[in-house]
Design a protein around this ligand. Structure first.
Ligand code: HEM
Length: 266
């Protein structure tokens, strides 16, 4: 949903569009290619909806609801999803490289990308908690594990063992860019607050995640990481509120030029 909503200033399902002769989709942009999955599931949901209730539910609404349901299925909180989004007719290939934060980003750069979309620092820290599930590819954490991982994790024996495992998944040189590992190695398939506890130990997999706790500029973000590490209920509440905010970022262009696509890919 982050990719889906931040690229074009809005959750307009532009991310689902396939390339055509006249349209360059967002899927093949360097930051998204190999990273995004699940397009077939969205197609199946859309097919069912179109056969029961044609022309009503936009692909943008489907994406937002699916993100919520995926969170529930792995043990996370429920929230009501406001609906009525329209789908875009165009995509924003170029914006993928300006609007999306990258894994090597520093704190100030990530903060600015969230503020630009009307999301606060609290939203940013809470939404990053989504990394309690899911995988990252070697290319996105190599610099971190051969960089300051040891410094932030304080070289204790458990962290060192973990680091050795990470390095075997992701060798310093020579391909293997797409080898994956869980961002929350404690409970990889459970939506909980252990992501923040990992940051307290200095073992965040992505540089962008560890920055929330370890950056010199991160006084406010550090306090929030501590709070969510201690209090899962506070994390769940803020995550729900922030997901509604993220899902409500609209591309104003879709008010005039938007549609309800029949097929989410075109
Ligand atoms: C704060 C800025 C963020 C950065 C820099 C960031 C970066 C990344 C990166 C680099 C990956 C790994 C992708 C790969 O290696 O293929 C990833 C995965 C993921 N991110 Fe983020 N992310 C951010 C915020 C978010 C937010 C706000 C959400 C959702 C609300 C989110 C949800 C996810 C999920 C679910 C995955 C796992 C995908 C999978 O397993 O296939 N991320 N993120």
């Amino acid at each position: 949903l982050l990719s889906a909503c931040l690229i074009r200033q809005g959750c307009d399902a532009s991310i689902l569009l396939d390339d055509t002769i006249t349209l360059q989709g967002e899927k093949k942009a360097p930051i998204n290619v190999d990273a995004l999955k699940g397009f077939r599931i969205i197609d199946r949901i859309k097919n069912k909806l179109e056969s029961e209730c044609p022309g009503i539910v936009s692909c943008a609404d489907i994406l937002t609801i699916a993100a919520r349901d995926a969170v529930i299925l792995v043990g996370g909180p429920y929230w009501d999803v406001p609906v009525g989004r329209k789908d875009s007719k165009t995509a924003g290939y170029a914006l993928t490289s300006t609007n999306l934060p990258t894994s090597d980003a520093g704190l100030l750069s990530i903060i600015s990308k969230f503020l630009y979309q009307g999301l606060s620092i609290t939203d940013m820290v809470a939404l990053s908690g989504a990394h309690t599930i899911g995988m990252a590819r070697c290319v996105n954490f190599r610099a971190r594990i051969y960089g300051d991982f040891e410094a932030t994790s304080g070289m204790n024996p458990i962290s060192e063992t973990h680091l050795t495992n990470l390095k075997s998944v992701c060798p310093a040189a020579g391909g293997e860019d797409n080898n994956e590992t869980a961002m929350d190695y404690v409970t990889p398939n459970l939506f909980d607050n252990s992501f923040y506890q990992i940051l307290l130990k200095g073992e965040g997999l992505l540089n962008s995640d560890q920055e929330l706790y370890s950056s010199l500029f991160g006084i406010e973000t550090k306090k929030l990481v501590q709070k969510y590490a201690e209090n899962q209920i506070a994390f769940f509440q803020q995550f729900s509120d922030s997901m509604v905010k993220l899902g409500n970022i609209t591309n104003p262009d879709t008010y005039v030029n938007g549609e309800v696509r029949k097929n989410c890919r075109f």
